[in-house]
Design a protein around this ligand. Sequence first.
Ligand code: B3K
Ligand code: ZN
Length: 877
Amino acid sequence: MAETEPQSPPPTIRREDYRPPAFLVDQVDLHLALHPTATRVKAKLALRRNPAAAPAADLELDGEALTLLAARLDGAPLGADRLAHLPGGGLRVADVPAAFTLETEVGISPEANSELSGLYLSGGNYFTQCEAEGFRRITYFPDRPDVMARYTTTLEADRAACPVLLSNGNPDGAGELPDGRHWARWVDPHPKPSYLFAVVAGDLVAMRDRFTTRSGRKVALGIYVRKGDEDACGHAMDSLKRSMAWDEDTYGLEYDLDVFNIAAVSDFNMGAMENKGLNVFNTKYILARPETATDADYEGIETVVAHEYFHNWTGNRVTCRDWFQLSLKEGLTVFRDQHFSADQGSAAVKRIGDVRRLRAAQFPEDAGPMAHPVRPDSYVEINNFYTATVYQKGAEVVRMMRRLIGEANFRKGMDLYIARHDNQAVTIEDFVRAMQDASGTDLSRFARWYAQAGTPALRVRDAFDKASGRYTLTLAQSTPPTPGQPEKQPVPIPVAMGLIGPDGAELPGAGLLLLEEAEQGFTFEGLPAKPVPSLLRGYSAPVKLSGLSLEQLGFLAAHDTDPFVRWDSAQQYATAEMLRLVEEVRSQKPLALPEGLAAIFGAALDRAMEDPAFAAEALVLPSEDFVADQMAVADPEAIHAMRQFLRGALGTRFSPRLAALHGALEETGPYRIDGASIGRRALRNASLAYLARAEGAAGAEGLARAEQQFEAGRNMTDVLAALRVLADSDSPARQAALDAFHGKWRHDDLVLDKWFAIQASAARPDALEAVRALARHPDFDLRNPNRARSLIGAFAAGNPARFHDASGDGYRFLAEMVIALDAVNTQVAARLVSPLGLWKRQDAARGALMRAGLERILARPGLSKGTYEKVSKSLAA
Ligand code: B3K
Ligand code: ZN
């Protein structure tokens, strides 16, 4: 679906150009007569001129891929003289009064909608996706979040094909129609922006439950899925009820309708969508059975269900004035879902996972061609800004604010924010102001975190004066330039810290340092000996810390009381050693296992059973991409060789203990998804992965254990961990296992996605060949976003050694796939192109090949504006 001509670059939208809407909509009455190719949408809008906007004689409405069938103003038909079609698909109504009713009728084709934005079909059922700008693909409307209206929606469809008819709000009647059709009406009492509109209709079944809010409102809960999947909704339902209770306990926020429905769909552009009273979810974040879903899937479901539910207040009741404010709802809601998940199990392990994800996705983005502030200043395609920066860094900014003003003040600030802005479309300034007013803390400087792109570097040095016992910590910060922002100012960095004495005991002096300037010294008096500083406890700021010696890092890894710093110091230690080993690979020196690293690994194994979940995190080496990010010029082959060497050497050195752990942690009882059980499986499978890489008999034993574990088929976590070990190996059992897995699960889309992804991310020399073959496999389908991501994304973003093959074939493959996808689903295409944009990290030869791939995409006639924006910015950086 070509959206723009590449010849004329699409326009850039700027934050500074924001103007209030010329017209407001008080009431929307929609009537959708559903049909696969000829759905008719009647809309009746009660409009009035916005007193806060510059007067306009004409009304301009957004529209896209709509066929106008009729239009009336205050009941009188509008002729061609009063209507003009705008470029891009909008509609202008000339010379309108101050307040009036506009009725339109349009035709749309859900079946032709492969963008999966607006109203579309998936497996014969109807779903909508309106955020960010999909509502204009359903009807003509001022499709911007600061136009909040009350909606009544009547759905009409064939009863046999669509027994279920759902929309936002509360049900308000249903009935029969001639010709086997029926109708249902939904009324949403809460004003909302158009991006929260939703319709789901089709042959679905519901898992039902109830929740009573603390003020006594009885809420009917429903999760709608395809027949046969009802038994796989229990974890999602349980997560929903826990989320509802948590938001009451933690923020005093209650649900505000009589029903809360979720519908799951297997064709979906992202994870899920928070439509008012009718969340729509990717099946990946709803369906789970022990035999089909991994522990990570279970955790993902809990997180995403909570996230979308929490949007009901942070996003829906209080929404964004414009899309530049996206982090107002997303950063805040990610912070809330992280906090919720931390409260459900081990907060330390949750934090480690979140930081790992931040470093894997957000840091490279912040250092790449698409770097942008948490609140962007401009965009071409807003869908390109649903990023790790807006979401994850945005959450870090909220977390820092909470640390600065304290938990109690943060809660007061949230209360004030909601009391002030309920039913409003507001800005990030409004949020910061509420926190400032509630706490009495001046946050004006802190707000720079929203405006400045790039990851700050934090450098530490220290000095100790033995005679006086005075210890001085000097902290210095700098933020690198990013596209459009050559100069950076210092940002306030909260550094939670402690001091550890030479004997490993915590010394007095722990607290919060606030680094506000480019450089500041902090002194501590009366210390008996030079301490080791434990900095960024709990990862109190999203910065890159440096300046500690290997010796200090090793000491912290062994002794710190803060689990995050213990984990991170070990990671930093490993990173330093890995960087040194990469250089040795490059100069073809023989590699040896660094003894310090082996000692840290051994110590983690010694304490593994105390906290298996933490140990599992501690045993994982920094990823190849993370190591590449620390190098001026990456060397994917050398990094891969180095990391494989280390995995093998650690597996060999510790094989008896790894085998013992794998044996001791074997489960006999039923599958459980509590944190302790998940932790034990993670540790067991981490042990297996190392063991299978060991040399000689130990490695053979590891592979044999993987085969047994695969065949035992206890649960998907263990099966997939074993299959990954086999898929990464040259074991003769490899192909048989992959074939058996395919044979068993070919009818389960979500499991089949795993089968594609595991092969795409296996770093064997023939990986690209395998990926090309898989792209022609009968089960591959470019039109299904999950499937496209599980092959193309898993290869390009999850297999650095093969994606960066020196031949450039990996880049060519990605370029071909992006071109093909852009003609089908532009949002997914634009998302998958990202790895090609990071060409500056690579050497000149690879960089040139990556640019050639980008240029090839750019030359494509009819390229979408989303892909155009990503590719052209990547080439310009
Ligand atoms: N708000 C949606 C994301 C919409 C993405 C549009 N391209 C899901 C979420 O963040 O909760
Ligand atoms: Zn969200």
